[in-house]
Write a protein that binds this ligand. Structure first.
Ligand SMILES: Cc1cc2nc3c(=O)[nH]c(=O)nc-3n(C[C@H](O)[C@H](O)[C@H](O)COP(=O)(O)OP(=O)(O)OC[C@H]3O[C@@H](n4cnc5c(N)ncnc54)[C@H](O)[C@@H]3O)c2cc1C
Length: 363
């Protein structure tokens, strides 16, 4: 019996559990408990031991499940529980070009979810035997036979060891920045605010405004609340966000005081060459790898597909080869999205498309 010094003999205290983790070496350490991390942990063969490091916080997100994400669940016979689904569902997007004063509606089918609850629900699929540490991975070191990851959990630092490291830690991936510093990817700052719904707003609006951002912004109805968010270049991002909010108010949308403000980095691959899968014993999945749409910023489906493929890759002799080959389709789709980008983000082409009414809902 090993006794914990702090509670003198109770072998069930937190510290004891952490000492036990410390002494173990896992096959896989997964950083990130979003869609990519949870799906990887669910799908990795049970012969392997894994440890997932995650944060139980709300990931800034619109929480819209695209048709691809819905298909992912449908193909696996997984039904989303009611408590994960948000009110109201989306069948079209109001597209607003503020600077050019244009407005169009396009058909799009999204499932509107509560992102925090969605992530918690996905993590519920992580097998019981997977070690779960709620905390922030603060330091990653390559060792002779694997990796060491230091985690800040409940004010304490613990270090875990693994043979393989999976970076499923999103757009601002610590794993990517630390282990592959030369594998840069274009990033923006995304800012979102939540408001009480005190005005008539579309269920989902996509807003373009070349004066404040070269990306886009969005309004999404979430029950009796409304989410307003956008992606901005890092320089003066908060100022751009506030300016854009003011410009949107001219369309009769009144925001009032925000209930919540959140921000995070958003990866937006400039080319498929910015998608990086990892090498040796460190792999990336989801947005950390660059699997996110550069046109719509849709990343949940891509995170789940890439992570599942990566987990399956470890049943083969050459995981990287398998992972590369079986994510070729995802890269191809991102390539197509890159071709679509000028029609959405170049003011001139966007004007031509919106004015022409191509693919728009007839009034
Ligand atoms: C504002 C915004 C709105 C978006 N809206 C949509 C949308 O409506 N639909 C859609 O499909 N996509 C959307 N996306 C993109 C989508 O959120 C991501 O592409 C998707 O969540 C990627 O999943 P992931 O698991 O790869 O990473 P994430 O979902 O980002 O998960 C990574 C997790 O790792 C955790 N983490 C990071 N670093 C550490 C660390 N050092 N230690 C421990 N944990 C760590 C993070 O807290 C996070 O929980 C949006 C993105 C943003 C920024």
């Amino acid at each position: 019996m090993i006794y914990c010094e702090k509670c003198l003999g109770k072998d069930c205290c937190d510290l004891f559990a952490k000492v036990k983790i410390k002494m173990r070496k896992f096959d896989f350490i997964i950083i990130g408990g979003g869609p990519a991390g949870a799906v990887f942990a669910k799908n990795i063969d049970e012969k392997y031991s894994s440890c997932i490091i995650y944060l139980n916080t709300q990931k800034p997100c619109g929480g819209l499940l695209s048709e691809d994400a819905q298909k992912y669940f449908a193909d696996r016979n997984i039904a989303l529980p009611q408590e994960v689904v948000a009110d109201s569902q989306i069948s079209c997007v109001d597209t607003i070009d503020i600077h050019q004063n244009l407005l169009r509606k396009y058909r799009r089918y999204y499932l509107n979810v509560d992102r925090l609850k969605f992530d918690e629900w996905l993590r519920g699929f992580v097998p019981e035997k997977t070690e779960k540490i709620c905390g922030t991975a603060t330091k990653i070191t390559k060792t002779d036979d694997g990796v060491a990851v230091t985690v800040l959990s409940n004010g304490e630092e613990i270090t875990v060891f693994g043979k393989y490291l999976i970076g499923a830690d999103g757009g601002d991936s610590t794993v990517r920045k630390n282990i592959f510093p030369d594998k840069k990817i274009r990033r923006y700052v995304s800012i979102q605010q939540l408001f009480e719904l005190n005005t008539a707003v579309p269920s989902y609006a996509c807003i373009f405004d070349e004066k404040t951002t070269e990306c886009c912004a969005w309004i999404i109805k979430k029950g009796d609340k409304m989410l307003f968010g956008g992606a901005f270049e890092a320089k003066n991002c908060r100022e751009s966000f506030d300016n854009l909010k003011e410009r949107v108010e001219k369309y009769g949308i009144h925001f009032g005081e925000p209930i919540m403000t959140e921000a995070c980095m958003l990866a937006r691959p400039k080319s498929t060459g910015q998608i990086f899968l990892g090498e040796d014993n460190v792999y990336l999945a989801g947005e950390a790898a660059g699997f996110v749409s550069p046109s719509s910023f849709e990343g949940i489906s891509r995170a789940m597909y890439s992570a599942e493929t990566l987990a399956k890759a470890f049943n083969t002799k050459n995981p990287l080869k398998y992972y590369k080959r079986h994510t070729a389709y995802l890269r191809f789709v991102i390539f197509l999205k890159l071709l679509k980008c000028p029609f959405m983000y170049s003011p001139f082409l966007r004007k031509a498309v919106m004015k022409s009414g191509i693919c728009a809902v007839k009034k």
